[in-house]
Design a protein around this ligand. Structure first.
Ligand code: KG4
Ligand code: ZN
Length: 370
C-alpha cells in the first residue's frame, strides 16, 4: 500500500490560528485519553475529556510495565475517542484539527496514539498537530477552569508572559522561562530522579501503593512535617537544577533503622515520614522556582504535571510567591495528571504538519524540541 501517495489537504482547510475545535489524543504512558476543546477568542473550553487509565493494573506491579501499558493503550484508544465524540455531541465532521502527543514517553504507548492520529487525520481529512507532552502539561493552565468540572475553582486567568514554568511529573522536573507561545528557554531540571519519581519510590519504601504521590499526600495529613530531618540536595546550589535521589536513599536508610527492632512501621511513623517527605520535596521545588522568578525578574509562575496536584505544594508556593508579588497559575488536579485536554489546548498555539505521514513518535523528545 502506497500511503505516501494519498494526497490530503491537511493544511489548507483553515489557517492554524483559526482552528476552533480540536480533538486531542494522549497515549504517552499508562493513560489513554481523548478530549475535544473549543477555542473562542482567548477562551479555551473543554467539550469532552475522557481518560482511561491502566493504573490499577500497573499498581499491582508497583510501577509501569511498558509492554503491558502499550497493550492497554491498544484496547482503549478507539473507545476513548468514541466517548469523547459522543459526550461532546459532535461528529468527526465538526473537528478542525487533531492534536497528538508525539513524545516523550514509552515508545509502545506513544505509537498507539501517533499511528491512530495519523490514520484519523487521513481518513477524516483533518490537519494533524504534534505536541510535545512536556509543553502540553503547561497548557492545562490555559484551559477555562469552569469547563474542567473542578471542585477547586480559583480565580483563574491564563498565565501572562513572561512566565516561569515548573513542570513536576513522574518523569520530569524542569524549570522553563516562557517568553511567549512557542518561545521558551530551559532554565534547569533534575540531575537524577524526578519529583514524582521520588514520591513514588519513597511510597514504595513505606509499603504504600503506586502512584506514591497521592498516597504520601494522604498520609502526610496525619503527620508532623518537621519530625524527620531529611536532606535537601542542591537546595542552595547556584544553578536552577534539582536532585532527588539522595532523599530517596535517606528515606531507605531511615526505614531500615526504624524497622530494625520491629517488623513494620507504625501508623504514626508513616504519617510523620510522609509529612516530612512531602514537605522536603515541596520546599526544594518552591525555593528553586522562586529563585528562577527573582533571577529573571518575572512575577508570573505556572506549575504543571502530576505533582502539581499536591495541595501542600500549591498552598505553600502561592503563599510564598505572594510575598514577592508573584501570581501562581495552577491547573485543577484533574488536568495536572496526564490528559488529552492539555494536548488539544497546546495545539491551538502550534502549526499543523504539512504531511501527517511525516510524523514519527519520539520517546526522547526534550523541552528544546517542538
Ligand atoms: O504528569 P503525570 O500524570 O505523568 C507523567 O507524565 O509522569 O505525573 C504522575 C506523577 C506520579 O509520580 C505521581 O505520584 C505524581 O505525579 N502525583 C502526585 C500527586 N498526584 C500525582 N505527587 C504528589 N502529590 C499528588 N497529589
Ligand atoms: Zn505527563
Amino acid at each position: 500500500m502506497k500511503l505516501s501517495l494519498i494526497k490530503i489537504d491537511a493544511t489548507s482547510s483553515k489557517p492554524y490560528h483559526s482552528l476552533m475545535i480540536t480533538l486531542g489524543l494522549e497515549s504517552s504512558c499508562d493513560e489513554t485519553a481523548a478530549a475535544i476543546l473549543r477555542k473562542d477568542g482567548d477562551k479555551i473550553t473543554i467539550l469532552s475529556n475522557v481518560v482511561a487509565s491502566s493504573l490499577e493494573l500497573q499498581s499491582k506491579w508497583g510501577g509501569i510495565v511498558p509492554e503491558q501499558a502499550a497493550r492497554e493503550q491498544l484496547k482503549s484508544i478507539i473507545p476513548v475517542i468514541t466517548e469523547a465524540l459522543t459526550t461532546s455531541q459532535l461528529t468527526p465532521h465538526d473537528l478542525d484539527a487533531i492534536a497528538i502527543t508525539q513524545g516523550p514517553g514509552l515508545i509502545g504507548s506513544l505509537l498507539v496514539g501517533v499511528e491512530t492520529a495519523k490514520t484519523l487525520s487521513l481518513v477524516w481529512q483533518k490537519p494533524l498537530i504534534p505536541v510535545n507532552h512536556l509543553i502540553g502539561h503547561f497548557y492545562a493552565n490555559w484551559i477555562d477552569q469552569s469547563s474542567a468540572h473542578s471542585s477547586q475553582l480559583t480565580a483563574h486567568a491564563s498565565p501572562t508572559f513572561p512566565c516561569i514554568g515548573l513542570l513536576v511529573s513522574g518523569g520530569h522536573t524542569d524549570l522553563v522561562l516562557f517568553k511567549n507561545h512557542g518561545h521558551y528557554q530551559y532554565l534547569g531540571g533534575t540531575r537524577d530522579d524526578a519529583a514524582g519519581e521520588c514520591f513514588d519510590k519513597c511510597a514504595r519504601l513505606l509499603g504504600l501503593p503506586y502512584p506514591g504521590g497521592p498516597q504520601i499526600s494522604k498520609h502526610a495529613k496525619n503527620g508532623d512535617p518537621n519530625f524527620f530531618k531529611l536532606p535537601k540536595p542542591m537546595l542552595n546550589s547556584d544553578d536552577l537544577d534539582f536532585s532527588f535521589s539522595g532523599l530517596k536513599t535517606a528515606v531507605s536508610n531511615l526505614v531500615k533503622q526504624l524497622t530494625a527492632h520491629s517488623s513494620r512501621l507504625t501508623a504514626t511513623q508513616i504519617g510523620d515520614l510522609c509529612a516530612s517527605i512531602e514537605n522536603t520535596i515541596c520546599q526544594v521545588l518552591i525555593k528553586k522556582t522562586l529563585k528562577a522568578a527573582k533571577l529573571r525578574n518575572v512575577n508570573n509562575i505556572m506549575i504543571a504535571g502530576g505533582v502539581a496536584a499536591n495541595q501542600h505544594l500549591t498552598k505553600q508556593l502561592t503563599a510564598q510567591a505572594s510575598q514577592l508579588n508573584a501570581q501562581v497559575s495552577i491547573p485543577p488536579p484533574s488536568l495536572c495528571t496526564d490528559n488529552a485536554a492539555m494536548i488539544a489546548a497546546a495545539a491551538f498555539f502550534l502549526k499543523p504538519l504539512k504531511n501527517p505521514l511525516d510524523l514519527q513518535a519520539n520517546p526522547n523528545l526534550s523541552l528544546s524540541q517542538r
